[in-house]
Design a protein around this ligand. Sequence first.
Ligand SMILES: NC(=O)c1ccc[n+]([C@@H]2O[C@H](COP(=O)([O-])OP(=O)(O)OC[C@H]3O[C@@H](n4cnc5c(N)ncnc54)[C@H](OP(=O)(O)O)[C@@H]3O)[C@@H](O)[C@H]2O)c1
Length: 338
Amino acid sequence: MDVPARVGVAGATGAVGLEMLRILEEREFPVASVRALASGRGEGRTVRFGGEEIPVGELREETLADLDIVLFAAGASISRTFVPVAVELGAVAIDNSKAFRMDPDVPLVVPEVNPRALDGHAGIIANPNCSTIQMVLPLAALHEAAGLVRVVVSTYQSVSGTGLAAIRELKDQTGAVMEGAPVVSQVYPNQIAFNCLPHIDDFDDEGNTLEENKMIRETRKILDLPDLAVAATCVRVPVFRSHALAVNVETESELGPADARRLLDDFPGVGVVDDPGAAAYPTQVDGSNSDTVWVGRIRRDTSVEHGLWLWIVTDNLRKGAALNAVQIAELLIDGIPD
Ligand SMILES: NC(=O)c1ccc[n+]([C@@H]2O[C@H](COP(=O)([O-])OP(=O)(O)OC[C@H]3O[C@@H](n4cnc5c(N)ncnc54)[C@H](OP(=O)(O)O)[C@@H]3O)[C@@H](O)[C@H]2O)c1
């Protein structure tokens, strides 16, 4: 790949796309040029990059030409149409949507966990689901030491995980409730302000949501543990930014909380905040705008032979989406460390 690279961001005006532009700039990603692309809606729009306003173009076949890397964050149906076009035109596509994640020919990559999955990629690389990314880093650390047997997770996911329209909906509904005005729900099927919705993405025939299925299947793929027992309940909570997970982990061999704390703290990209007596544990407010996967409330689950509880908090727009995608792009440029 040529360095510096010609980079495209498809969905550059959205919650993830805007964060991608910020992270490319912050991490001084070696760009020859940056092309911001979105829908054709709205004339003359610009986004900020490199201290300047850059124009937002319309995502079309022609606007995907002459790019080395395209970061996609415009939704699954757009990705299904345009990711193959970008690859055909010579770019590597790093896709944030669910469109290609479970395709056996597409690597699903978290750089700290399975960078070698990138070897021999065929042009499309999938970025995992936000809640899955933040769960697999701590799980990889524990698996290396004690072998995973079973994982049960409940999520507390912020509205920014749905995008900019959902952030506006929570703000508007909160204002309406406080003023005693009627609450209007357009993004979510039920009121999200002062409420929790056990409903993220559609339901399958068994009553699971597709978000829950993503956490199960993507975790197995990333950790290369196709038979790992994983169960998930995914809940949308009235928080603007960062997702939290309560994760119950059963391991093959004994792993006490002190050893788990040490292993997690040593794992790249993971930090431990775990002093409950001092009210010190990760929160969604503290985790926002941070690049770290924060873990706390590390304690034994005595209901099984080798059980642990973890509380994991991560900024869903950064490590859960944009940062992970840019880290993948960095691996493409710099190569995979041994
Ligand atoms: N939010 C998260 O935490 C998160 C985490 C992981 C993955 N993702 C995935 O990332 C993608 C984007 O999510 P988001 O949260 O950033 O959503 P968002 O805030 O709603 O942004 C959507 C983006 O897609 C663009 N878009 C919509 N229709 C388009 C079209 N027909 N052609 C080209 N661009 C179009 C929008 O452009 P306009 O401004 O022109 O409408 C906007 O830039 C989704 O696939 C989502 O599942 C999100």
